[in-house]
Design a protein around this ligand. Sequence first.
Ligand code: ZN
Length: 409
Amino acid sequence: MAARDVIADLRELAKLTSSEHGAQRLAWGPVWRDARQWFNGKLSAIGITPEIDAAGNSWATLRGQSDRTVIVGSHLDSVPNGGWLDGALGMLAGLEALRMFSGQRPPVTLKVVDWADEEGARFSRSLLGSSAASGSLNVDDVEHLEDRTGVRLVDALRENGVELSRMHESQKYLKAINAKAYLELHIEQGPVLEAAGQSAGVVIGTFGVERHLLRFVGQAAHSGSTPIPMRRDALLAAAESALAFREIARTHTTPQARVVCTVGTVKVEPGIVTAVPGVCEISLDQRALDAAVLAEMLAEARAASWRVAAENNVTVEWKRIWRIEPRPFDPQLIRLCEQSVREVTGEAPHLPSGPLHDAAEMVPHMPVVMMFAYSSNGLSHCKEEDTPEDHLENAIAAFLRLIQKVVNA
Ligand SMILES: [Zn+2]
């Protein structure tokens, strides 16, 4: 059975590229190169030699009757001590699709792409290969990057035959493809499908993100001598704001649309047990699938922080760290994805993706959809990452059905 073959391949790859701490396929390193070589061996068994574009993305092509092309994408790289499914599941499902059609001339061409450095685990820039191909990579933003041991990104790329200054030429490769659709299967990396007892889900898009740093400034003062009504406590203003942000996320959450607001860091000055905090800095990460909702959540968060600051007699300043607009997926592909999942499991829950994926980079260029597979305990980027085998089989079977439907549509 096709899904069982994919699982056997996944186990073989895990055995070859993991230590007792998990997967070690860090992009641009020797284990990642081993993984690619292993994958190329599987391709050569069906007579396919992949091409590498200017960004190091590896493209395996099965020519069909027309140059209209269905692209199946994912990544072989992992974080250090990563799991056996993140990225690899999508790649090996893609390999199985190539096997499924090999020896035939399908109505359209099929390409399976292994995006280079999806994780960004070594140089802190994720989606490196796919953003180069899509045209959203700014070389000035990454040319200074170094890994923890001081190796420069430029040199790590060169070691793999990739010139940073020429990575943008991968856009030409992508543009030359007469793309009909981009499909990606990935583990959910969250708890939603598990809670619903569902093997697979239809991803309707990737969240837009608004990420800010908020700096509350009051007055540091002696904890013993300053009466409560006379304090200008920056920490309390930040804390009340954080509670208000949770309320904002609650108000905008509907059964159809989940949104999130997260305060993930807090820094207090002077940080002394006997001092009223004079300065407090917190981060705020807001995510939603609907751009208008995200904008509203941001406006409400600003208003809440100003109100709370005034009540606490402190000031607050906002600084944007990063933003990306939501990337909704293609309605027609969403329908095909839903049919495929329903045919295998009887039900097809829809969910947005909180994490970003290479698929998001393809949205401006072609119709895109993703399918998520059940993640045990919602865990990922660790050796505990897993999916029970029956759920995994269902998800793979549903995804192969989706490929078949899109190829024949
Ligand atoms: Zn991944």
